[in-house]
Design a protein around this ligand. Sequence first.
Ligand SMILES: C[S@@+](CC[C@H](N)C(=O)[O-])C[C@H]1O[C@@H](n2cnc3c(N)ncnc32)[C@H](O)[C@@H]1O
Length: 275
Amino acid sequence: MTTVLSREAPHPFALPDGGYRPPLKWAGGKRWLVPTLREMWASHNHRRLVEPFCGGLAVVLGLVPEKALLNDINPHAINFYAQLKLGLNIKWEMEYDPDKYYEYRNEFNNLIRKKKANTKRAAELFYYLNRTGYNGLCRFNKQGEYNVPFGTHSKINYVSNFLPYKEIFKDWQLSCADFQTIEIEPKDFIYADPPYDVQFTQYSKEGFNWDDQVRLAEWLCKHKGPVVLSNQATEKIIELYQKLGFNLAYRDAPRLINCTGNRAKAVEVIATKRI
Ligand SMILES: C[S@@+](CC[C@H](N)C(=O)[O-])C[C@H]1O[C@@H](n2cnc3c(N)ncnc32)[C@H](O)[C@@H]1O
């Protein structure tokens, strides 16, 4: 008698390092920081992971905690994740075509105007725009309308069937608010990745200014559990976190400061407490 050993098919979004592929493109995504964050998370992985600036979810999909609270002020990203939690399978053909892009961008902005941005259709359009638009940017005008132009890509592999994310997201809570209003527990592990102090990418119509950086640092300082913050290592940011008694470490970020012709590597500061 022969025994047939059944092997489970690999998860379609699994990455070789044990994490999962983030579904969106996101400026400032921290996939590259996941190995460092894994070391910090290892002795705390019984805790709930709180990300007040979850963005493109590169970190939570890298650490894969059992429980998480994922917050971002961008309502379209959060609506998209809420639809993934419900089970999303896009049934129309996504085409890489400028006319189609602007047609869908208009439809998406009409949904925003009609206060229907929290729907399945809006999530589908947001995904298409995110993959097809310029550089995966997510930029809005003062009215909160999406104004990213068509992007030039050699090839786009659109995903239609997002159902495999449903199980992963099952016990992850979503929230769309300013970071300071989220409900955290003293034992939570917070990983905060705010917009940079020098920011060329506006993620939301509100923006994030220096007062917000200070407000964040003071809020993180008050937390009783473990905290990790990443930010661009500018003098002001380093001074801010040093003064509040955080431990500081530095990492080379995989991007260059090249908008002024400067080819130096950008440096990231990692500020921690109780790690
Ligand atoms: C650097 S990105 C986070 C990237 C994320 N760690 C990743 O790996 O994809 C910063 C995020 O902060 C969000 N944000 C900006 N202002 C905010 C605020 N006041 N409260 C919460 N989120 C905010 C932006 O929408 C953006 O997604």
